[in-house]
Design a protein around this ligand. Structure first.
Ligand code: SAM
Length: 373
């Protein structure tokens, strides 16, 4: 099988974790970029990357790179791509664009111009054109423009890879699954020490942790864009999938998901069941401020209410109480707290070992790491 270039996209702050994951999968020629890592690999690696990466949101395959200094050049270059070699008249397609720099400032306009070029090329050749489907296209393309450098890519993932297929229910402010997995990988948790998420919401930290502890690829229960392509190699897909399924291992690790609200506990249990992780995660309704650690050593992942999307009175004293509770009842544990409420985090009363800037659904957050002696 031939190698080609791919770009794994991720969320801000998770480039190092993605790089390490790709290295582990056997990717070569890796290069860290802003919110992405480019790498080379064959079809098997493309499928493996889609199924196994915990910190990628999509795997793009660049099909054309060129320079364009205005919309006419963009149209001409896009028209020159041999689209008819990539997909057919009966396939549907969609186009998204991401732009930065002064030349192209409207992503929707860039997407529209590129779509026009594709449609015009098909019309010229066949007097007919494929349909656009913005919701569920067979072929999903992306145009990325930075100043005058344009890359048109094919998105092999289809739906974003954070959609693992287990989250049926979520609370008001769930963490992106990729972000939760990335934070756990950043913590260098060994997969064995007790792990607590005392404010679980929909259970994202606990479920991602259990997937890591059992070495289970997060994408084993979902479909991918490349499965709808005309050159899709089904036999290879099942070969790669079976190999990943064979890597799943038993885990005795204690993972505790807790939350104050009964409806959240019900939702977490449903999600855990959907992920087939009932044996690995202990779900219980509990007020964090009345909780105690169970083991001697472990790690706590906390995504408390920010006080913006969820209304909590006196958010600063709420954060102070979290710090006090950790100091009192979680000695010998490490804690990783993510919040967009930078003001409230100051009331924590603990000095962080490290701080990391992250984004949760567009909200700028701080991820702080504390050691509780
Ligand atoms: C921002 S949400 C967590 C979202 C979660 N990380 C997810 O991915 O779905 C904060 C959660 O803290 C819970 N919570 C608030 N006060 C609590 C308390 N005293 N004890 C336990 N949970 C609490 C809320 O019910 C809510 O589910």
């Amino acid at each position: 099988m031939e190698n080609y270039q791919m770009i794994a996209k991720t969320l801000a702050g998770l480039e190092n974790e993605l790089f390490a994951e790709l290295e582990n999968l056997g990717a070569v020629n890796m290069l860290k970029r802003k919110r992405a890592v480019s790498f080379d690999g064959d079809d098997a690696l493309m499928m493996k990357a889609n199924m196994a990466l915990r910190t990628s949101i999509s795997i793009l395959i660049p099909i054309m790179e060129f320079e364009a200094n205005d919309e006419y050049e963009l149209y001409d270059q896009a028209f020159a791509v041999q689209w008819e070699e990539i997909f057919g008249l009966r396939d549907t397609f969609s186009l998204t664009a991401t732009v930065s720099g002064e030349i192209f400032t409207h992503s929707k306009y860039v997407a529209l111009k590129t779509k026009d070029a594709i449609v015009d090329r098909f019309r010229k050749k066949f007097k007919s054109r494929p349909d656009v489907d913005t919701v569920d296209a067979d072929y999903q393309f992306n145009v990325h423009i930075q100043y005058n450098k344009c890359t048109i890519s094919l998105n092999s993932s289809g739906d974003s890879l954070n959609k693992r297929g287990y989250r049926t229910f979520s609370n008001e402010a769930p963490l992106n699954e990729v972000l939760a997995a990335g934070i756990i990988l950043k913590s260098s948790w060994n997969g064995k020490d007790d792990l607590y998420d005392p404010m679980s919401g929909s259970g994202t930290f606990g479920i991602e942790a259990a997937l890591i502890a059992t070495n289970r690829a997060p994408g084993l229960n979902r479909g991918f864009g490349f499965q709808r392509w005309s050159d899709y190699n089904q036999a290879l897909f099942y070969e790669v999938k079976e190999k990943l399924e064979g890597d799943v291992k038993e885990s005795e690790t204690n993972i505790y998901c807790r939350d104050l609200l009964t409806e959240n506990i019900d939702n977490i249990s449903t999600n855990v069941e959907k992920a087939n992780l009932e044996e690995n995660i202990k779900v219980r309704k509990e007020d964090f401020f009345r909780s105690e650690k169970i083991g001697e050593k472990g790690v706590v992942f906390l995504n408390p209410p920010y006080g913006e999307r969820l209304q909590i009175d006196e958010i600063n004293s709420f954060y102070k109480n979290i710090g006090d509770q950790l100091k009192k009842h979680y000695t010998n544990h490490e804690a990783w707290i993510i919040s967009s409420n930078l003001e409230a985090l100051k009331f924590f009363g603990l000095k962080p070992e490290s701080r990391h800037q992250m984004f949760n659904g567009g909200l700028e957050c701080k991820l702080n790491h504390y050691k509780l002696y």
